[in-house]
Design a binder for this molecule. Structure first.
Ligand SMILES: Cc1cc2nc3c(=O)[nH]c(=O)nc-3n(C[C@H](O)[C@H](O)[C@H](O)COP(=O)(O)OP(=O)(O)OC[C@H]3O[C@@H](n4cnc5c(N)ncnc54)[C@H](O)[C@@H]3O)c2cc1C
Length: 491
């Protein structure tokens, strides 16, 4: 018989992943989700014959997904099939383009073409990135933290200097390479972490190991397959998922969360786990006396960017694109400044274009193409219909010029999702797409705690918590928090 009652607020990947683990362990788990579909930022939109992944589109770190399913004695392949992409992606520089191949040796050859001895320099860079990745995975990614001493453990102290925790990524990359193009290829990955090359620790060059060695993958039918798999796994273990349940508050008594109140009803709980944005839970769901962090704490956080997203269904094929494409503009530094230092809508900008129909015929009608364009922009900007119109036409015109192909006249479906849409759909603070950036003081022990500091049975999971942003990280966060709950509340 199911034991203590866990109520989870939010059916993002973090909430769904934790729900399945806790249900497997014998807890009676109910997930309350405000939207009409599970998946949170990783939801899917199916319309007019097109399938769009609304948020994540890069399936990275496949071993993390395998580790998660292994906890159930399952394999990823029991739920969806993966295909390794080759090339990994195409990079447009405005005055030229390169394809980054899946074969690591060939990446060395590409770097040789971009800079004298580029391949040898890459070998040295990658040795360090792999060492950092392995140390991080072993020593601090899969860990829960209670104190500084948990973080500064022996491994970190002895290997600390080689982990480059205290150096910015941009300075670090410059120590290896002079080529502007190489630096951009190695640094664009920080956008995945919600940061900029100078506010992200060099430790995150681990992303180059993730990108070049572990590879870029595609789950059949897109990232929505991951959400479906987590949902199915939960159902197999008895998770109750209730959609269209907007949580209004978490009520407490004597230092314990007692009840979760939604617009549809009340849910008594022995344990409450928040997967919704941390800031939202603290400022809108909890009584002021029950919050773990002050208002000043939140205003002083470095938020990851918001995003201006364009979803396009096209009736024709676009020749110049691969599955993943990056346009890296000469205004690189100014664009990062407009995101992090002086928040403003950028005049010129880099952007990412996903075209999943290059790999998967099921996501677009025959002869058509499914396009998703992402422009990182500062959190907290005001987006008006005029700005949306301007950004949309400027981006489409730029892409048409870049590719020398007609896009505008072939659009059969279009949708914009930006700023206020993130706040509306996910209760995202300042409309952030990703949550808290991975600056040094927002990494590991410095991220908001998995355990509430006030209520003994209140927990948090998802991208605001350690280890952070991205679907693989959120799966790890779900494992950390479910282990904590099991330890604290033995059945
Ligand atoms: C545009 C974009 C591109 C991305 N690209 C990638 C990528 O390529 N690869 C990658 O790995 N990651 C990527 N990410 C990051 C990744 O999607 C997220 O880090 C991850 O999905 C976050 O999961 P989560 O469970 O923490 O939160 P969420 O997905 O935000 O889930 C939280 C859930 O809580 C719900 N909720 C909020 N408030 C309430 C309430 N009051 N009541 C009930 N429910 C509530 C929300 O509706 C949501 O469903 C991307 C994100 C975005 C936005």
């Amino acid at each position: 018989m199911a034991g203590k009652k866990v109520v989870i607020i939010g059916a993002g990947c973090g909430g769904l992943a934790a729900a399945a683990l806790l249900a497997r362990d014998g807890y009676a788990v109910t997930v309350l989700e405000k939207n009409a579909a599970p998946g949170g930022r990783a939801r899917t939109l199916k319309t007019n014959g097109f399938t769009f992944d609304l948020g994540p589109s890069w399936y990275l770190m496949p071993e993390v997904f395998e580790n998660y399913f292994a906890r159930f004695g399952r394999k990823v392949g029991d739920y969806y099939q993966l295909k390794r992409l080759d090339p990994n992606y195409r990079v447009f520089f405005g005055d030229g383009q390169v394809d980054v191949p899946a074969d690591r040796r060939k990446i060395g050859e590409l770097f040789d073409r971009l800079e004298p001895d580029g391949g040898k320099k890459l070998d040295r860079f990658m040795q360090s990135a792999e060492f950092q990745y392995r140390t991080a995975m072993k020593s601090f990614i899969y860990r829960a933290y209670r104190s500084f001493f948990d973080f500064f453990n022996w491994e970190i102290i002895t290997k600390g200097p080689r982990l480059h925790i205290f150096e910015g990524l941009d300075r670090y990359v410059r120590r290896f390479f002079r080529s502007d193009r190489i630096r951009k290829i190695l640094e664009y990955t920080v956008v995945f972490l919600g940061g900029s090359p100078d506010n992200t620790p060099a430790l995150y060059s681990i992303m180059s190991h993730v990108d070049f060695n572990l590879g870029v993958w595609y789950p059949d039918q897109g990232m929505g397959s991951v959400v479906s798999a987590l949902n199915k796994l939960g159902k197999e273990h008895g998770v109750e998922l209730l959609l269209n349940q907007n949580v209004l508050r978490i009520e407490s008594e004597n230092g314990l969360a007692k009840k979760v109140v939604t617009d549809k009803g009340n849910f008594a709980a022995d344990i409450v786990l928040v997967n919704a944005d941390y800031h939202h839970a603290e400022t809108a769901l909890l009584a002021p006396g029950d919050v773990s962090y002050s208002a000043e704490y939140w205003t002083s956080r470095k938020m990851g960017p918001s995003a201006f997203l364009i979803y396009l269904g096209l009736k024709n094929k676009i020749k110049g694109l691969l599955h993943h494409n990056l346009y890296l503009d000469p205004s690189w530094n100014e664009h990062f400044k407009a995101i992090f230092d002086k928040p403003a809508w950028p005049e010129a900008y880099s952007y990412y274009i996903s075209c999943t129909s290059k790999t998967d015929a099921s996501v677009a009608p025959f002869g058509g193409e499914t396009l998703f364009i992402l422009i990182p922009v500062a959190a907290g900007l005001v987006d008006t219909p005029e700005i949306r119109k301007k950004m949309f036409s400027q981006t489409i015109a730029h892409l048409e010029k870049l590719l020398g192909e007609d896009i505008k006249n072939n659009i059969v479906y279009q949708q914009i999702f930006a700023q206020r849409a993130f706040a509306l759909a996910y209760n995202a603070y300042k409309g952030t797409a990703l949550g808290l950036a991975h600056t040094l003081f927002q990494t590991a022990i410095f991220r908001p705690s998995h355990r509430s500091k006030k209520l003994k049975n209140l927990y948090y999971t998802g991208s605001y918590t350690h280890p952070g942003i991205g679907v693989p990280m959120v799966l790890i966060s779900a494992q950390i928090v479910s282990d904590l709950i099991r330890k604290d509340h033995v059945l």
